[in-house]
Ligand binder design. Structure first.
Ligand code: GCO
Length: 439
């Protein structure tokens, strides 16, 4: 690896991220059913029909897992709290759920790790899904109630909080592409989810301001879109992909508007009065988080709106089949600051890759991950040199975990998990980072 902590500004935070359903073991501690359990139990949705019932059993092993975070010299641990653990029926508090996050918080503080919470990383309580989930405008108030419940308990000790992880996944991937729970492919459901997810974000920020919390942010996943060829049609479709994936959410929160090219398709399906909600959606935040993995090449596909398709690109790929394109991270850091956030601090809240890591003689070599991290750190350096107010870089993920529709096959961890024994084994990348991030 090229870079060490000393190459970054004083106070720059390095972190590592996970999410509740992907690691905790949802079967423990009185958590309620979620739409991911329902989705996984439905044939063909998830590789091997796997779910998060046991996952990494982090629920029982969190102390040792926090030792791993501290052992690699990370400053921050970005974790998420599960709505269905805190409120198994979506509405009624489960004291065991609050107790768990309380213990986890104290385990971080005891090791000098800054707790960075996300309140929704996709495990919607099934009873909320029964009421229409993200299609129902009331979800914004229900989510605010949940925010109040969990943050009244642990908010006083959080370094930072963001309401919703990756609104594009919550809305588009799950309601238009049907690739994530609830597995819908419905444009009206999509338009509603695209709006309500931001409304819920805004109400949660307001709720936390009411509790006196600070250092609140928003976390977006951004994917760079390039046209597959030189045609005007491909350029237009790439811009539409960019609008749906990136600009809709950034525009909603930071400009109080949605991009015209996306409204061209979604407007007829939007909920009544959506234009009046930007006051709530745009409630000021203290930082903006960017999750970045890859880019896509986009071409026209014909057929119904949006009428685009992804075309395989020429660059080196990860096990997910995603092209490695560090340039995209640089592009987003500079573009986001220039067009949306100005001097607001930016944090890369996720970046990483899946590789086919196997244990050989007790060790795991993951050179592709090391090269990936290095190349993306180079993009951070370029952005910093141009004055982008970048304040942190968090890797996805601490350990191998439940990769949603891909089940347990895609290994994103710095730490290997044997899903039979649940034994944790740090990979070569973990050891390299521990050295580089030491003070
Ligand atoms: C995310 C995802 C993670 C995924 C990761 C790799 O926040 O993007 O939340 O849950 O595991 O992105 O696909």
């Amino acid at each position: 690896m090229t870079y060490t902590r000393a190459d970054f500004p004083e106070g720059f935070d390095f972190g590592v991220a996970t999410s509740s359903y992907q690691i905790e073991g949802h079967g423990f501690g009185g958590a309620g059913p979620t739409h991911w359990d329902d989705f996984a139990a439905t044939p063909s949705n998830v590789k091997n029909a796997e779910n998060g019932r046991l996952a990494c059993d982090h629920y029982h092993r969190f102390e040792a897992d926090m030792d791993l975070v501290a052992g690699a010299n990370f400053d921050c641990y970005r974790f998420s709290t599960s709505w269905a653990r805190v409120m198994p029926d979506g509405f009624t508090v489960n004291p065991e759920g609050l107790d768990f996050y309380d213990r986890l918080t104290d385990a971080m503080l005891a090791r000098g790790i800054k707790p960075c919470a996300t309140l929704y990383h996709w495990e919607l309580p099934s009873p909320i899904a029964d009421r229409g989930g993200w299609r129902n405008r009331d979800i914004a108030d229900w989510f605010a109630d949940y925010t109040h419940a969990i943050m009244s308990r642990i908010g006083d000790r959080m370094h930072s909080v963001a309401p919703i992880n990756e609104p594009w996944c919550v809305a588009w991937l799950s309601h238009f592409e049907g690739y994530h729970a609830p597995g819908l492919r419905d444009i009206r459901a999509t338009a509603r989810a695209m709006h309500h997810v931001l409304l819920a974000h805004g109400k949660a920020i307001q709720t936390m301001r009411g509790l006196g919390l600070s250092n609140l942010g928003a976390v977006f996943n951004l994917e760079w879109a390039d046209p597959a060829d030189d045609s005007l049609e491909a350029a237009e479709k790439a811009a539409l992909y960019d609008g749906i994936y990136n600009r809709w959410f950034l525009g909603g929160v930071f400009k109080g508007e949605y991009p015209q090219n996306v409204l061209g398709g979604l407007e007829p399906y939007m909920p009544d009065g959506w234009q009046d909600d930007f006051g709530t959606i745009g409630t000021p935040v203290d930082w903006c988080g960017l999750n970045y993995y890859t880019r896509k090449l986009i071409a026209p596909s014909g057929g119904a709106w949006p009428g685009f398709k992804e075309v395989e690109g020429p660059l080196e790929k990860t096990l997910m089949g995603w092209e490695i394109y560090p340039e995209g991270l640089y592009n987003f850091l500079t573009r986001t600051a220039r067009e949306y956030t100005g001097t607001l601090p930016l944090i890369v809240t996720e970046n990483g890759l899946a590789s086919p890591d196997v244990i050989e003689n007790g060790a795991i070599e993951d050179p592709q991950r090391l090269a990936y991290i290095d190349a993306h750190m180079h993009s951070l350096q370029r952005a910093l040199a141009e004055g982008v107010p970048l304040r942190g870089y968090y890797l996805w993920s601490l350990m191998d975990n439940y990769e949603w529709a891909c089940g347990y096959e895609q290994r994103f961890g710095l730490v290997h998990v044997d899903f039979e024994t649940l034994e944790r084994t740090p990979k070569a990348s973990y050891h390299a980072l521990a050295k580089r991030l030491g003070r």
